[in-house]
Design a protein around this ligand. Structure first.
Ligand code: NAD
Length: 382
């Protein structure tokens, strides 16, 4: 038996978590796997603060250090008390370096693109480096001024002395471990290609290096299975590793989404690209995700705490349910995961959906978070 730890989260977190666990338990039961998973709650966020005086108690961190799988609802970052985001703290503490988001279309949902059914991609976004490392200094600060004067003296680089300064650290090890996860996924799932998305034309030694390290890794460790676009043209068989400049990639995913299935990219590009792609298939309410390291995989919806609808039974639980379905697949229950996805698809096709999706569909009936979950369960049972 495997223990799955769950953090209910803040805002709509507890609502979507309760519904999602109910759906997952029912699905496991139908497949006679209900005894394979034990669920255990861990405290974090507002609930933790109320009960323990800490937003991220030591006990939670201690248990997660030993854990392989956990699910998490969205967490609010406490404002104005010098707190770091709890999400960022969790990612850094457990070195969850890959943010993985599948983007698939569920029939019936209206989309801003002509052929959303062609969208079926998975994004691997580097989660620990790049401008997100948070190394920056405000304009006119002593630190920024010192750096500007150092650059002028040592490297004859003349910057405006009142500039704000930010750093973009990226490493070979950090890039390769992310790209390796994407390649391994492509191999296991028999995908056609992996695309490295970067801005190497402008930032040669960070973004360009990301691309180069990707090709180097493929040559060093996957030379039997991964080929370049050039080799594919010459008739060689294998999974193609290609690269695209980030701005061109935004056009590509709109115009030719069918040509891309696995994407590996840097932190900032990945942030933009994953939200833009989620919008093509119905928005954040339906987009699942996982933050993964080498020991822990933390499955979580891509949306936040949605405070304006919290406590009103209005939230869409799909993102949470689908994140857990990803976890089931990772745990070896692929059939159960596929069954859940089909039941969600069917529920959406029956046009009984939460308000966020109903507002994008014609003649849909609005149901609450709980009822949506019950309808998914009814469709699982048929
Ligand atoms: P948000 O995702 O909470 O909300 C954006 C919009 O989408 C809102 O209109 C909201 O009502 C709607 N929405 C989001 N999820 C929905 C769902 N499941 N069903 C229906 N509608 C949904 O983003 P935000 O407003 O920028 O952030 C609110 C809070 O959430 C902030 O405190 C932020 O720090 C936190 N946040 C946490 C995470 C996380 O824990 N991973 C991620 C993003 C934001």
């Amino acid at each position: 038996m495997e223990t799955v730890y769950f953090i209910a989260g803040d805002g709509i977190g507890p609502e979507v978590m309760t519904v999602a666990i109910k759906v997952i338990k029912e699905a496991l039961k139908i497949h006679n796997f209900e005894k394979k998973i034990k669920w255990q709650e861990l405290l974090a966020g507002e609930k933790a603060f109320q009960q323990t005086g800490s937003y991220l108690p030591e006990e939670t961190l201690k248990i997660l250090k030993q854990a392989r799988f956990a699910v998490k609802g969205p967490l609010t970052t406490p404002i104005g008390k010098g707190f770091r985001s709890l999400n960022v703290t969790l990612r850094q503490t457990f070195d969850l370096y890959a943010c993985i988001r599948p983007i698939r279309y569920f029939q019936g949902i209206s989309s801003p693109v002509k052929h959303p059914e062609k969208v079926n991609m998975i994004i691997f976004r580097e989660n620990t480096e790049d401008v997100y490392a948070g190394i920056e200094w405000p304009a006119n600060s002593n630190e920024a001024k010192k750096i500007i004067s150092f650059l002028e003296k040592e490297f004859q680089i003349n910057l405006n002395p009142s500039a704000g300064i930010g750093l973009k650290p990226m490493t070979e090890q950090g890039s390769k471990r992310l790209i390796k996860k994407a390649i391994e996924y492509a191999l296991i799932h028999n995908k056609k290609s992996i695309t490295l998305v970067h801005k190497g034309n402008i930032m040669k030694y960070t973004e360009g290096a990301f691309r180069d390290w990707g090709y180097k890794l493929a040559k060093q460790e996957f030379s039997n299975s991964i080929i370049t676009e050039q080799e594919a043209k010459q008739g060689k068989q294998g999974i193609i590793l290609k690269d695209r400049i980030a701005d061109a990639m935004f056009q590509e995913v709109l115009l030719r989404p069918e040509e891309y299935d696995v994407i590996a990219t840097t932190n900032l590009n990945g942030d933009y690209l994953s939200d833009a792609l989620a919008a093509q298939v119905g928005g954040l309410g339906i987009a699942p995700g996982v933050n993964m390291g080498d020991s822990l995989a933390l499955y979580e919806p891509t949306h936040g705490t949605a405070p304006s609808i919290a406590g009103q039974d209005k939230a869409n639980p799909c993102s949470m349910i689908l994140s857990m379905a990803m976890m089931l697949e990772h745990m070896g229950f692929k059939q159960v995961a596929q069954h859940i996805e089909k039941a969600i698809e069917k529920t959406i096709l029956q046009k009984t959906v939460t308000i966020d999706l109903a507002s994008q569909m014609k003649e849909a009936k609005v149901v609450g978070c709980k009822e949506f979950g019950d309808r998914v369960i009814a469709n699982l049972e048929q």
